[in-house]
Design a protein around this ligand. Sequence first.
Ligand SMILES: *[C@@H]1O[C@H](CO)[C@@H](O)[C@H](O)[C@H]1NC(C)=O
Ligand SMILES: *[C@@H]1O[C@H](CO)[C@@H](O)[C@H](O)[C@H]1NC(C)=O
Ligand SMILES: *[C@@H]1O[C@H](CO)[C@@H](O)[C@H](O)[C@H]1NC(C)=O
Ligand SMILES: *[C@@H]1O[C@H](CO)[C@@H](O)[C@H](O)[C@H]1NC(C)=O
Ligand SMILES: *[C@@H]1O[C@H](CO)[C@@H](O)[C@H](O)[C@H]1NC(C)=O
Ligand SMILES: *[C@@H]1O[C@H](CO)[C@@H](O)[C@H](O)[C@H]1NC(C)=O
Ligand SMILES: *[C@@H]1O[C@H](CO)[C@@H](O)[C@H](O)[C@H]1NC(C)=O
Ligand SMILES: *[C@@H]1O[C@H](CO)[C@@H](O)[C@H](O)[C@H]1NC(C)=O
Ligand SMILES: *[C@@H]1O[C@H](CO)[C@@H](O)[C@H](O)[C@H]1NC(C)=O
Ligand SMILES: *[C@@H]1O[C@H](CO)[C@@H](O)[C@H](O)[C@H]1NC(C)=O
Ligand SMILES: *[C@@H]1O[C@H](CO)[C@@H](O)[C@H](O)[C@H]1NC(C)=O
Ligand SMILES: *[C@@H]1O[C@H](CO)[C@@H](O)[C@H](O)[C@H]1NC(C)=O
Length: 675
Amino acid sequence: MLCRMAPKWVWMGVAMVLAEMRWCYGCWEQERIALLQLKPFFDSSLTLQNWADAEEGSDCCQWERVECSSTTGRVTQLSLNNTRDLISGKWYLNASLFLAFEELTSLYLMGNLILGCENEGFERLSARLSNLEVLDLSYNFFNESILPSLNGFSSLKSLNLGYNQFTLPIQAQGLCELINLQMLDVSNNDLRGHLELPFHPHINLLELDISNNNFHNHIPLEIGSYFPKLIYLNMSKNGFDGSIPSSFGNMSSLEILDLSDNQLSGIIPELLAIGCFSLDTLILSNNNLQGHIFSEHFNLTKLWWLQLDGNNFSGSISNCLSTSSLSILDLRDNHLSGRIPGWIGNLSYLKDLVISNNHLEGPIPLEFCQLHYLEVLDLSKNNVSGNLPSCFRPPSIIHVYLSDNGIEGPMTNALSEGGFLTTLDLSNNHITGRIPNWIGGLSALKFLLLKNNNFDGEIPLQMCHQFYQLSLIDLSHNNLSGPIPSCLTPDLSAEPPDPNDVSFLDPPFFPFFQPKRPLKFTTKHFSYSYQGKILRLMSGLDLSCNKLTGNIPSEIGNLSRSHVLNLSYNGFTGPIPSTFSNLEQIESLDLSYNNLEGKIPFQLTKLNYLSVFSVAHNNLSGMTPERTEQHLMQVAMREILTSVDCHCQKIALHLLNHYLGLELQQWMKIVVFLT
Ligand SMILES: *[C@@H]1O[C@H](CO)[C@@H](O)[C@H](O)[C@H]1NC(C)=O
Ligand SMILES: *[C@@H]1O[C@H](CO)[C@@H](O)[C@H](O)[C@H]1NC(C)=O
Ligand SMILES: *[C@@H]1O[C@H](CO)[C@@H](O)[C@H](O)[C@H]1NC(C)=O
Ligand SMILES: *[C@@H]1O[C@H](CO)[C@@H](O)[C@H](O)[C@H]1NC(C)=O
Ligand SMILES: *[C@@H]1O[C@H](CO)[C@@H](O)[C@H](O)[C@H]1NC(C)=O
Ligand SMILES: *[C@@H]1O[C@H](CO)[C@@H](O)[C@H](O)[C@H]1NC(C)=O
Ligand SMILES: *[C@@H]1O[C@H](CO)[C@@H](O)[C@H](O)[C@H]1NC(C)=O
Ligand SMILES: *[C@@H]1O[C@H](CO)[C@@H](O)[C@H](O)[C@H]1NC(C)=O
Ligand SMILES: *[C@@H]1O[C@H](CO)[C@@H](O)[C@H](O)[C@H]1NC(C)=O
Ligand SMILES: *[C@@H]1O[C@H](CO)[C@@H](O)[C@H](O)[C@H]1NC(C)=O
Ligand SMILES: *[C@@H]1O[C@H](CO)[C@@H](O)[C@H](O)[C@H]1NC(C)=O
Ligand SMILES: *[C@@H]1O[C@H](CO)[C@@H](O)[C@H](O)[C@H]1NC(C)=O
C-alpha cells in the first residue's frame, strides 16, 4: 500500500539503499525466483496453481502455501505437503533449492515420495537457515543417512520424521545438537534395538512419538527424569517388555501417555497414578499388565480417556476412578470381578463405557440412569444379572451390547428413549415377556439381536415397518408365537450394492453410527462375527426356533437386499411366496422344519447368490434351485467381502468388475491370493 502511494523517486531511493532488491508488492525477487525453481518438483495438477510468472512483480507472498513475515516481507513458511504428483515417482531432493529462504521458520515437505537428498544434503541448508523451527519430513522415504545433516538446524523446535524408513535406534543417529527440540516424531518407521537414554540432552522435549517401530527390551528406568517437561508421549506398537518404570511419576506435565500394544507386564506403578496428575489420556491396551487397576493413591483427577483393555487386570473396579473426569472408559478383555460399581453412574460425562469380557456380576446399577451423555454401553460377556432398570433411558445412546449375560425379567421401558439407538444386542440372556411395542419407534435402529432369550407373545405390529428396513434382526431361539407382521412398505434399503461403486463401503453419514464391536449372526449354518464396514453390507433376518405360525407374508420378498433368511423350526403353513424370487442378494435361505406345502416356486432358480437352501421337513414338492459355476463365483466373492480388510475388498470389487467372465479355476486363485 505504502509503496504504491509513494512517488517513484522515493521508491527508487529506498530500493538502492536495500542490499537486496524487493518488489513493491512485498515479495523478494530472489525468493520469487527460487519458488519458481521449486515449482516443477512440487507441482501436481491440483496445487501451486497461482505460482505463476505471468504477471511480473506478482507478489509471491500471496501465493498458495507461502507465508511471509509482515515486517521483512521474507518467506517464513513453505507448506509443500502432499504437493508432488504421485505419478512422478520417488526422487532425490536438491536441498539447495531452499537456500534463498534465509528467514524460513517452517518447512513442510510431508508426503512427497522423497528418497533422500542429492549430493550435499541439508548441511549447507542448515548453515543458512538458522531460524528454521519446524521441519516436517514425514511420509517420505528418508533414512538415517540424512540425520547428521539435520544437526545443524540449531533453532529447530519441531522435527517430524514419522512414516519414513529409519532403522537405526535414535541414540546411534545423534540428534544431540538439537537442544531446543520440543517435538520429535519418529513414529511409524522401522527403528530397532533398545531405547537408550539419554539419547541427547532433550530436557526441553514436550512431545515425543516413537510409536509403531521395533524397539524392544525394557523402557529405560529413568525415563521420567530425562523428559521432565513432556506433555505427549506415544510409545505404542513396539516390543517393549518388563514393567512400567515408576519414574513416569516424575512427569507431572504429561497429559497424554500411550503405551499400548507392547509386552509390558507387572502393575501400573503407584507413582504414576500420584505424580502424573496432569494426565487426561492414558492408554495401556494390549499388554500383559496385571493386578488391581489402581490403588487408593490416585490423583488423576483430569483423566477423561482411560483405556486398559486387553490386559490381565483382576480384582474389582477401583472406586478411586470416581474422582476422575472420565468420558471414555475401556476395560474390556481383562479378568475384573465383583459387582458393577454404582459410582460409575456418578461419572457425569461418561460417553463410552466398555467392560465386556470380564467376570463382573450383579445387576446394572440404578445409578446408571444418571448417565445422560452415554453413547456406547458394552457389558457383554460378563455375569450381569437382574432386570434392566426401567429408568435406564440415556437420551444419546447409540450402541448397546449386553449379550452373554444373565439379564432377566421383562424389558419394561429401558432404552425406550433411544432416538439414536443403532445397535441393540441382548442375545443370550434370560429376558422374558413381550418384545416391547416401543422398539417400533426406534427409528435409527439397524441391528437388533434378541437371540436366545425367553421372549414370548407376538412380534409387535409396531415393528412392521422397521422389520423390512433393519439391517440385521435376530429373534431366533425365543418363544415367539403368532404370525410375522406384514405390511406394505416401500423398502428404503432395497438398492443392491453396485460392484463398480465402492463408496457404499464407507462409513455412513457419521462414523459414530458405525458399530463398534463385532456382532454374531448365523449364515449358512455357521455363526460368524461381522464387524466394521462389512456390517453395512450385511443384511439378514433370523426368526428360527420360535413358535411362529401362519402363512409367510409375501412382503418378505421385499427384503431384496437381504443375504440371510432363516425361518426354520417354526410352525409356518401354506406355500413359499413366489415373491421370494425378489430376494436377489439371498445366499442362505432356510425354511426347514415347518409345515409349508405346495410347490417350490420355479422362480427361485434365478437367485444367483443362493448357496444354502434348505426346505427339509415340510410338505413341499418340486425342484430345488440349481447352483451354477456363476453362482459359486459370486458366492466366493461374498466370502471375500466378509473375510478380508477394506483394501482387499476394493481390489476384489475391481476384479469382479473386470473379470466377471473368468473360469472358476482362475477365480479361486484370486480368492486364495486375496485371503
Ligand atoms: C501442512 O502440514 C501441517 C502440519 O501437519 C499443517 O499444519 C498444515 O495445515 C498443512 N498445510 C496444508 C496446505 O495442507
Ligand atoms: C541444486 O539447486 C541449486 C540451486 O538451484 C543449483 O544451483 C544446483 O545446480 C542444483 N544441483 C543439481 C545437482 O541439480
Ligand atoms: C539410505 O538412503 C540413501 C539415499 O537414498 C541410500 O543411498 C542408502 O543406501 C540408504 N541406506 C540404507 C541403510 O538403506
Ligand atoms: C499413538 O500412536 C499410534 C501409532 O502411531 C496411533 O495409532 C495412536 O493414535 C497414538 N495415540 C495417541 C493417543 O495419539
Ligand atoms: C523422581 O521421583 C522420585 C519419586 O517421586 C524422586 O525421589 C526423584 O527425586 C525424582 N527425580 C527427579 C529427577 O525429579
Ligand atoms: C494431586 O494433584 C494436584 C493437581 O491436580 C497436585 O497439586 C497435588 O500435589 C497432587 N497430590 C499429590 C499427592 O501428588
Ligand atoms: C494373569 O495374572 C494371574 C495372576 O493374577 C496369573 O496367574 C496368570 O498367569 C496371568 N495370565 C497371563 C496370561 O499372564
Ligand atoms: C454419587 O454422587 C452423589 C452426589 O454427589 C453421592 O451422594 C453418592 O454417594 C454418589 N454415589 C456413589 C455410588 O458414589
Ligand atoms: C454368575 O452369577 C451367579 C449369581 O448371580 C452365580 O450363581 C454364578 O455362579 C455366576 N456364574 C459365573 C460363570 O460366574
Ligand atoms: C412358550 O409359550 C407358551 C405359550 O405360547 C407357553 O405355554 C410355554 O410355557 C412357553 N415356553 C417357555 C419355555 O417359556
Ligand atoms: C437356521 O437356524 C437354525 C436354528 O437356529 C440353525 O440350526 C440353522 O443352521 C440355520 N440355518 C442356516 C442355513 O444357517
Ligand atoms: C412389497 O410386497 C408386496 C407384496 O408382495 C407388494 O405388493 C409391494 O409392491 C411390495 N413393495 C415394494 C416397495 O416392493
